[in-house]
Design a protein around this ligand. Structure first.
Ligand SMILES: [Zn+2]
Length: 121
């Protein structure tokens, strides 16, 4: 069971830090690996991007301003959808709503997974 909430400043900071680490890593390793080990670097870039998109997908949901539906999207949709931030610091993704089929700037919500460390055996 998970709940959705509005992203806070700290969430946006966290996203930016993650993206920053990724960009810094590929930039630094490009000096070491580009050349003889270009394929290692390529795997690093692709793998890192995959992890970022997967993590972003796992931690976010979208809110439709037209019908109020809250939904999650696939990694691929996420990767190829335009993203932006409003003046009010709200993140959005331009998507088609699965409920009302309208295309709009869907407000990004943070998915909060209820901590569940107990195993059910
Ligand atoms: Zn909708």
């Amino acid at each position: 069971m998970s709940t959705y909430r509005k992203p806070k400043k700290s969430d946006i900071t966290k996203w930016l830090i993650f993206i920053g680490i990724y960009v810094a890593t590929i930039t630094l390793t490009s000096f070491l690996l580009l050349g003889a080990y270009w394929y290692v670097w390529f795997v690093l870039v692709a793998g890192g991007l995959f992890i970022l998109v997967l993590w972003h997908k796992k931690s976010t949901a979208h809110h439709c301003p037209v019908c109020g539906d809250e939904f999650e999207i696939t990694c691929l949709t996420n990767l190829f959808s335009p993203h932006g931030v409003t003046k009010e610091d709200d993140g959005w993704t331009y998507l088609k709503c699965p409920q009302c089929k309208n295309r709009a700037k869907m407000k990004i919500l943070v998915k909060e997974n209820k901590k569940n460390h107990t195993t059910h055996n």
